[in-house]
Design a protein around this ligand. Structure first.
Ligand code: NAD
Length: 364
């Protein structure tokens, strides 16, 4: 594949690591990165080491609202909701929050639009943005369409309901020449693809069970955005209540659970993504897991179990396990970049529209 230029929207816990992992892959040149406050662009290639060093301990996180996506000015009131945005530079030191701390970046009123405006020089865009408003990522995609972008968009969103919103935009993406890969992180993403592969032994799939373990002690400060979104999956919370929690309230939730949060029956898009790929019904997919923010060791082994019936009448369960030594950052960002590179090949071959991770694997 020829060299691929790409941009990262959101330089929080995930986006920073995307840039770092991309340095280990061939043929990828990061040319733009932004967060809520600013944008860094260099079409000869960003100096990723400088950017990571400058933003180390200085991540802009917290409940982003999409307020600065410029798509709907009536949402400006959300900018100050719950007061948590004010504490958004959770690890900030120095004057500049987030990406603006890098010498390559500058403040921007509308960093996403600045990237859209240079879209002709960007092959692919990874959206490592928050997902508190379910239509935020679809609305950002609308802006790329409106801005005349023709290339690849990849997100790492988690919630099932967003996939339908993206599907509704299939025609617009096709007309624009956009190849959109949705849910391309770890789960959904890597594990959805693994389930699709494991299902190939069977002519009938009965169930897919995804069970994940994440140990995040040393990565906790950098991944507060993800932890907040995970708290929204606890039975006592939802996306709106989790979004308005202060940092102290988040700490209290974590303390109540002794640092270990267990999730059952999560709304993770693996279900609809497997259904749209024809692997099984969404209702036959369950996702759960354990997050330990006080230890780096995984509290449980991440496992995908696919149960089904073979053509010759046997019932069996194929399992796929991640080594406990592999971190969340490795399992989100490696696959996200892998799906991005695959999508660039599809895009160059003229295949446009919405794809899930399972559709980029072998199918029945
Ligand atoms: N699929 C998976 O396996 C998986 C795993 C982990 C995280 N995630 C998802 O990845 C997403 C990012 O997580 P994170 O931990 O990096 O979050 P984070 O809060 O650390 O980072 C979000 C970034 O988006 C930026 N941002 C917010 N609003 C913006 C706007 N309007 N314009 C420009 N930038 C904006 C923020 O400034 C920040 O840099 C979350 O939605 C999370 O659920 C998915």
């Amino acid at each position: 594949m020829n060299d691929t230029t790409f941009a990262v929207l959101g330089t929080g816990g995930i986006g920073r690591r995307t840039l770092e992992v991309s340095q280990h892959k061939d043929g990828l040149t990061p040319v733009a990165a932004c967060d809520r406050h600013g944008v860094a662009m260099d079409f000869d290639g960003l100096d990723v080491d400088e950017l990571l060093e400058a933003t180390e301990g200085n991540i802009d996180s917290g409940p982003g609202t999409g307020e600065s996506d410029g798509a709907d000015a009536s949402r400006d009131d959300l900018e100050t909701d719950g007061g948590a945005v004010a504490s958004s530079g959770v690890k900030q030191h120095g004057e500049n929050a987030g990406v603006v701390a890098s010498a390559q970046a500058r403040p921007s009123e509308d960093p996403i639009q600045e990237i859209i405006d240079r879209g002709d020089a960007i092959d692919a865009v990874l959206l490592a943005l928050p997902n508190y408003e379910h239509d935020f990522i679809p609305r950002v995609a609308d802006r790329f369409v409106a801005g005349g972008y023709a290339g690849v968009l990849v997100d790492v969103l988690k919630r099932s309901r967003v996939i339908g919103m993206l599907d509704e935009r299939t025609g617009a993406f096709e007309d624009a020449g956009i190849t959109f890969v949705c849910g391309a992180g770890a789960t959904p993403g890597f594990l959805t693809g693994a389930a699709a592969l494991a299902a190939q032994s069977f002519v009938e799939v009965e169930s897919v069970d995804i069970w994940w373990g994440v140990g995040l002690k040393s990565g906790y400060e950098d991944n507060r955005g993800t932890v907040r979104e995970d708290i929204a999956h606890l039975p006592e919370y939802d996306i709106d209540t989790a979004r308005t929690l202060s940092e102290d309230e988040i700490e209290a939730v974590i303390d109540e659970h002794d640092g270990v949060l267990e999730f059952d029956d999560m709304e993770h898009a693996d279900d609809v993504l497997l259904e749209r790929a024809g692997i099984c019904d969404a209702e036959d997919v369950t996702v759960g897991g354990i997050l330990d923010v006080e230890r780096d060791e995984k509290p449980t082994t991440t496992t995908v179990s696919v149960t089904g019936t073979t053509f010759d009448g046997e019932t069996g369960t194929n399992t796929f396990e991640l080594d406990d030594a592999t971190s969340m950052a490795a399992n989100v960002n490696g696959p996200a970049i892998g799906y991005l590179k695959t999508a660039v090949c599809r895009n160059r071959a003229g295949e446009y529209g919405v794809f899930g991770p399972a559709e980029l694997m072998p199918g029945f």
